[in-house]
Design a protein around this ligand. Structure first.
Ligand SMILES: [Zn+2]
Length: 89
């Protein structure tokens, strides 16, 4: 162990900053929105050019995006149903 090491107490790695990168949280892609190449096509589901996730900015094909959209709709439906269930009680 060198002089500098002793001086700064570099014995163990207690003071060493964590090298581990922050655990990557997998995005559930709940905020997927449709994109159209042409403004004239906007709103036409069959002419969607791509889907983009607003939270992680991942892009998806029309087919992939439709899956996430359907999942989001299903989640909304389920949460609405459970809300109404609570109201009935
Ligand atoms: Zn995402």
């Amino acid at each position: 162990m060198g002089f500098l090491d002793r001086l700064f107490g570099r014995k163990g790695n207690k003071a060493a900053p964590a090298e581990e990168p922050a655990a990557e949280v997998e995005c559930p892609h709940t905020a997927v929105t449709a994109r159209w190449d042409s403004a004239a096509d906007m709103g036409k589901t069959e002419l969607v050019s791509a889907y983009v996730c607003e939270s992680c900015h991942a892009t998806f094909s029309r087919e992939e995006g439709a899956v996430f959209i359907a999942a989001a709709v299903e989640r909304l439906r389920v949460s609405e149903e459970s809300r109404q269930d609570r109201m009935r009680q």
